[in-house]
Ligand binder design. Structure first.
Ligand SMILES: C[S@@+](CC[C@H](N)C(=O)[O-])C[C@H]1O[C@@H](n2cnc3c(N)ncnc32)[C@H](O)[C@@H]1O
Length: 540
């Protein structure tokens, strides 16, 4: 494992991390206190001195929860500490590394009592890499935790009464129940309402939860010797750790990245240096289509000029089987965003083809395509199931990407309208409708919050609306329009249970009832989980 050239000393790095951590903590505190310019350093010192723990202190604590970032949560005299590497059920010894008014962080030094579900993480670089957070936890336990996470968000943020599906079958509502599988509903605003609680199903897991990712997006850096390295950003920093193997990545992607790196290295390419703005290669993005075996390489470069482009293409083609596309994306912006606006084809097609549920999809360099194809089909089937289409319906699919859910739905509806903000994705969506012979779809480029009001003004009236927004959830204007359009059903697909819960609250207040939520584990060994939720018009 090589490390990036130009790294600062360990002490400097620790200082930097500490400062970043404190900034972040202050940000959180400011949000909690509602004071975005909080700078009361005198008050802060006094408050810290009155805390039950101090930096450097060794504490023993029971771990009772897990944060969204995968840190164990424990308490010392009511004060919350986050302990990386600790799991719920552990009794841990930890050294306090930072303290804030509301919570602090501690470093796990010893496990005093082990969680029976603890496993040794199979990945050799697990501790340094920030990609996975849960490899040290039995997979079934991960799935149980993700379900609880969904339920907790619905309950705490959405203020919804919730029940686990098996408890609902037994007839016991979550309100007041305290069995392990039951969900606390004590803080649910509507827990005492007569409405039935939201049913939370077991999260659908993978039979083999490894090697699932069909896309790798790796930053390129320079080694001390001046060679190219690629891998991942070390936890909490922008230092690249050179690494070719990742246990959640499909193997063809690893092979492709290795080949691209070797080809670029042999032609003397330099890695982009954020500090100086010099060097050509910023990122290598590779995709592997699981169903067809096709592969795509996208070289993200710091400018249009790509010396020896023909030789580079020839070397990559020679080394990578199944290659269908080599693209160059140009990104001259100084920030951390991976892609620039311009993409051009260096060799082959501008897309690769993959299939999900018997539908063929063209995928271009910048288009969103779910990273776990096995689970994607399960997710889309859940969405289709909740849409309960008979063939007569008008459906809106907001945040449609390359039209994946749109085409699943279109086979069972009268007409489906898709909207998506990335123009290339809509080009792909139109192409996808054509290649699958699906003629009852229409696509628009734009923000869903702008396009739905336009469709409404044109007199369109959906029976079902499907939304699948990015992590930040739906724009409030979109939620407002959905409430005005008042479809019979809303299917809300989400990769973030907290923004899902926030938006469900808005829709509930507007007259919808959340019936059930199906979690699908798209991202095993990480703290992420995908949800598919069904809402029906409740009448108001
Ligand atoms: C989670 S992805 C879902 C894509 C698609 N449903 C799928 O499963 O492949 C969210 C999509 O929303 C798009 N997007 C982000 N903000 C948007 C907005 N305001 N309006 C429409 N689309 C947006 C993104 O480009 C991305 O393709």
């Amino acid at each position: 494992m090589k490390r990036q050239h130009g790294k600062r000393s360990g002490a400097a790095r620790n200082e930097r991390r500490k400062a970043a951590g404190e900034r972040r903590e202050d940000d959180i505190k400011a949000v909690l206190s509602g004071d975005s310019k909080a700078d009361h350093s005198g008050d802060r010192k006094a408050a810290r001195n009155s805390l039950p723990v101090q930096t450097g202190q060794s504490v023993d604590l029971d771990i009772v929860g897990l944060t969204h970032e995968g840190e164990g949560v424990g308490r010392v005299q009511g004060y919350t500490l986050f302990v990386r590497g600790a799991l719920p059920g552990d009794r841990a010894r930890a050294e306090v590394v930072s303290v804030g008014k509301s919570f602090g962080r501690a470093r796990l030094t010893e496990l005093l009592a082990d969680n029976p579900d603890r496993r040794s993480a199979p990945c050799p670089i697990y501790d340094a890499c920030g990609g996975c957070q849960l490899q040290h936890w039995d997979y079934a336990a991960q799935l149980r935790w993700k379900r609880q996470l969904i339920a907790d968000n619905l309950s705490r943020i959405g203020k919804l009464p919730v029940v686990f599906a098996e408890d609902a079958e037994r007839g016991s509502s979550a309100a007041g129940a305290d069995s392990v599988s039951s969900v606390r509903a004590s803080d649910s605003r509507t827990a005492s309402d007569s409405r039935p609680p939201v049913i939370v199903h077991p999260v659908i897991g993978m039979e083999d939860p490894w090697r699932y990712r069909n896309k790798a997006q790796v930053p390129i850096g320079s080694s001390v010797e001046g060679g190219l390295i690629s891998g991942f950003y070390e936890q909490g920093s922008h230092d690249i750790v050179d690494m070719d193997a990742c246990l959640i990545q499909q193997e063809p992607n690893e092979e492709t990245v290795r080949a691209v790196k070797a080809a670029a290295q042999s032609l003397g390419y330099r890695a982009y240096d954020r500090a100086t703005g010099r060097g050509q290669l910023r990122h290598v993005v590779v995709r592997h289509a699981q169903a067809t075996g096709e592969r795509m390489v996208v070289l993200v470069t710091n400018g249009r000029d790509l010396p020896h482009a023909d030789e580079l293409v020839a070397l990559i083609r020679e080394a990578v089987p199944g290659l269908a596309s080599i693209c160059q994306n140009i990104n001259t912006a100084p920030g951390p965003v991976v892609f620039g606006d311009e993409t051009r084809v260096l060799w082959g097609r501008d897309v690769i083809y993959d299939e999900i549920g018997g539908i063929r999809f063209a995928i271009s360099a910048r288009s969103f395509f779910q990273v776990n194809p096995t689970q994607t089909e399960r997710l889309y089937r859940a969405a289709l199931d909740y849409a309960a289409l008979t063939g007569d319906e008008t459906v809106f699919d907001a945040y449609c990407g390359i039209g994946t859910i749109t085409l699943f739905l279109a086979q069972h509806a009268r007409r489906v309208y898709g909207v998506e903000i990335v123009p290339e994705a809509i080009e792909d969506a139109r192409r996808n409708a054509t290649i699958n012979g699906i003629a009852n779809t229409e696509f628009a480029v734009g923000a869903a919050e702008d396009i739905l009001p336009r469709w409404q003004a044109e007199g369109l009236s959906p029976d079902v609306i499907v939304v699948d927004p990015p992590r930040k959830g739906c724009d409030p204007r979109l939620l407002d329009t959905m409430l005005q359009l008042r479809p019979e059903r809303i299917v809300y697909v989400s990769c973030n249970p907290s923004t899902l819960a926030r938006d469900l609250r808005v829709l509930e207040d507007g007259g919808y009832r959340t019936v059930e939520v199906q979690g699908v584990d798209m991202f095993p060994h990480t703290t992420h989980v995908e949800c598919c939720s069904l809402l029906v018009w409740n009448g108001k």
